[in-house]
Ligand binder design. Structure first.
Ligand SMILES: *Cc1c(COP(=O)(O)O)cnc(C)c1O
Length: 397
């Protein structure tokens, strides 16, 4: 083959690349679908936890999820525009959100207050079709959801709107704040509060068919929370906050070496003097920084993998770049570092980065910046394509 017939791989042309393994999304979804007795909702808010909301939604629906969950209506309509017709629930909307648009898109709406309920009913009156709503109870986090004291009135008004054909209460939802620890004493209190709220709803004449309380952690640790539907976000993308289950991380972030230099002892690296070399060494420059999602708080602890070995990130993480100490290794420009991956080849993981930065994996995966090129590996071709990513991360040998 002539040289022009073999263009360089994307990793040689591109800067940082985020590869999302949809095979991992598929297998995580299957694991959850096998565990739940009722239905599985894939929560794909925040662009599928940074993994590409449309791709994660499609993959999850093809592997056992039957519902999609998002926060804002903007996210929900984006999924509809992409041609996804599955049942979908949106929560955390302002009272003035476009509920008419939601009804036109057959998007279920979570209702945490009387004001929301009235706004949704008003939209239903205009578009002349009842709104499918899920009344949302705060079971103890003092966040989204109705306060228990407001619950009876909310149910009563919802029933009145049902009689006018303006709403249908199809669901009742709550969200657990401590499910990571199966033994936290607040869990049974929250479950009890939810159960009481369902009882009140029934007393007021509501007949919701979907009671839902569990997100990833509760789904994995306590079957009693599963009820009619489980809303799983983190778990679908391979994050287990409960530390009980082996899931498959889906993200691999790579970055090419764009410069190498040899420096003597006493060289200050990056801003300030947070790192000064103690010996003659070689430094590799990677064009990825905190604007791309590498937390600056990980400075001084983080490492990446280059040529199959762990290499410390030295100096502070800058907005656009980091410097890696490669010792005496003859690593050259164009070789590709694995910043993080699933961990199967000894590379750092998202969990490592979260630990180095004093945060949780969710914040790392949702924080990858817009400059990073996205690559999706289809579920069907997952293993072969990923072997390629792994070998490019190990460097040209
Ligand atoms: C984000 C979210 C979920 C999903 O939580 P995970 O722990 O990521 O599974 C479920 N329900 C609500 C209301 C949420 O906001």
């Amino acid at each position: 083959m002539s040289p022009t017939a073999t263009p360089p791989g994307p990793h040689l042309r591109a800067g940082p690349v985020l590869t999302v393994d949809l095979g991992a999304i598929a297998s995580n979804t299957q694991l959850f679908a096998d565990r739940v007795a009722g239905r599985l909702m894939a929560v794909v808010k925040a662009d599928g936890f940074g993994h590409d909301g449309v791709a994660v939604a499609r993959t999850a629906l093809a592997h056992g999820a039957s519902w999609l969950g998002v926060t804002t209506l903007g996210e929900a309509t984006a999924l509809r525009r992409a041609g996804i017709g599955a049942p979908m629930l949106s929560w955390l909307n302002p009272v003035g959100a476009d509920f008419e648009g939601a009804l036109a898109g057959r998007i279920d709406i979570a209702v945490p207050s009387l004001a929301h309920l009235r706004a949704v009913a008003a939209a239903a009156a205009i578009v002349r079709r009842p709104a499918d709503v899920h009344l949302h109870l705060d079971v103890g986090m003092a966040r989204d959801g109705a306060e228990p004291a407001a619950w009876p009135t909310l149910c009563q008004l919802a029933r009145a709107f049902e009689r006018q054909d303006l709403v249908r209460v199809v669901g009742i939802m709550g969200h657990l704040g401590w499910a990571e620890d199966r033994h936290d004493p607040c869990n049974p209190i929250a479950a009890q509060s939810f159960k009481a709220a369902v009882g009140i709803a029934r007393q007021r004449g509501l007949r919701p068919s979907l009671r839902h309380l569990a997100a990833t952690a509760a789904t994995l640790t306590d079957d009693r929370t599963h009820l009619d539907l489980c809303r799983v976000g983190a778990g679908i993308v391979g994050i287990d906050p409960s530390g009980t289950t082996r899931l498959r991380p889906a993200m691999t972030l790579t970055a090419p070496v764009v410069g190498v230099r040899e420096v003597g002892p006493g060289t200050s690296v990056g801003y300030g003097h947070s790192f000064v070399t103690s010996r003659r060494t070689r430094l590799a420059l990677l064009p990825v920084g905190y604007a791309d999602g590498l937390p600056r708080a990980a400075s001084g602890r983080a490492s990446v993998q280059l040529r199959g070995r762990s290499r410390p990130v030295v100096g502070l993480v800058s907005m656009d770049q980091v410097v890696v100490d490669i010792g005496t290794d003859p690593i050259g420009t164009g070789e590709v570092a694995t910043v993080f991956g699933p961990g199967g080849h000894g590379e750092p993981t998202v969990r490592d980065w979260a630990r180095w930065a004093g945060t949780i994996e969710h914040e790392i995966v949702t924080g990858i910046g817009p400059r990073v090129t996205r690559r999706l590996v289809p579920a069907e071709s997952s293993s072969a394509a990923l072997a390629l990513v792994a070998s490019s991360g190990a460097g040209a040998r």
